[in-house]
Design a protein around this ligand. Structure first.
Ligand code: ZN
Length: 292
């Protein structure tokens, strides 16, 4: 069933777990995430990121995601990831998305606040949830396509981390449903060991009293996920590592088979992505008993 982000995050808040958000630039990635969710009977967020519109445009992928969500046996949110403009937010809402992220984090603070307020006003009228970003999530430069292309920072990344006091003001002014906060994760494949600032995360969560969204959420250890969840992360954007798992499986398949047909590759990729996503979902459910 198609539900809003707000609904699933409220339940996640009560149950102290996180809901996985998976980018769906292709039908296979969408079906991988959905089949994983249905097999485990957990809620799921199917995201379409603006930078993936060149793979499959919003007008093509959007209605497919909404349709898949409506027919699903689990709660499904259809979410616009890293929306850059009110125009695209309105388009997504028009197609039936139940959640949008407006990413105005590159703007100055006042403009970010005002842009988010405008989106929240519009989205509320259509019963759609809103996620916004404060601070900046950097990209490792490998994968991480869900963020703005070529966004790669070489200087001190902690300069871009979210300030817990500013986060409080930001959420009070905008009344968003979830805050994408920066505390050490990066988009894409990790080149260096991730070094997460859990103190900052817990300060942000205690200040905003709303769900925190983790971007760049694939490639962390089970302990890191659990610690993040126990400190207020309720939505985890997970993509690069499952996309990689799909590609590795295809590569192996191609190495073994002589006659290769593209349609078979889509099945191989989907199944490998599904297994990777299932493993992530089991951790996000926060029932594995890994110590905080
Ligand atoms: Zn992101």
């Amino acid at each position: 069933m198609l539900v809003t982000l707000k609904e699933v995050l409220e339940k996640a808040e009560e149950g102290n777990y996180a809901v996985g958000a998976f980018n769906c630039p292709t039908l296979e990635s969408a079906r991988a995430a959905l089949e994983a969710a249905e097999e485990l009977q957990v809620p799921v967020i199917l995201s379409h990121a603006e930078v993936h519109f060149e793979i499959n445009p919003l007008e093509i992928m959007g209605p497919i995601l909404v349709n898949l969500a409506q027919r699903a046996s689990v709660p499904v949110v259809v979410h616009l990831d890293h929306g850059s403009s009110i125009v695209n937010v309105k388009k997504a809402i028009g197609i039936g998305f139940t959640s949008v992220m407006i990413d105005a984090s590159h703007m100055n603070y006042e403009d970010n606040v005002n842009t988010v307020i405008e989106v929240v006003e519009y989205a509320r009228k259509h019963n759609v949830s809103v996620e916004a970003e404060l601070g900046m999530m950097t990209s490792s430069g490998i994968g991480g396509e869900e963020t703005r292309k070529g966004e790669h920072f070489n200087d001190d990344v902690t300069d871009y981390y979210t300030d817990p006091l500013v986060a409080k003001d930001f959420v009070e002014k905008t009344d968003i449903d979830g805050l994408a906060a920066s505390f050490g994760t990066v988009h894409g494949i990790y080149i260096n060991e991730p070094n997460l600032d859990f103190k900052r995360l817990s300060d942000i969560y205690n200040n905003i009293k709303r769900p925190v969204v983790m971007h760049g959420g694939s490639g962390l250890s089970e302990e890191e996920y659990i610690k993040a969840i126990n400190n207020g992360v309720r939505k985890i954007n997970y993509y690069s590592y499952s996309a990689k798992a799909g590609a590795i499986a295809v590569k192996e398949y191609c190495g073994k088979k002589e006659d290769i047909f593209f349609h078979d590759l889509t099945v191989v990729a989907k199944n490998a992505m599904k297994e990777d996503i299932k493993n992530a979902m089991k951790i996000f459910a926060n029932k594995t008993g890994v110590a905080n």
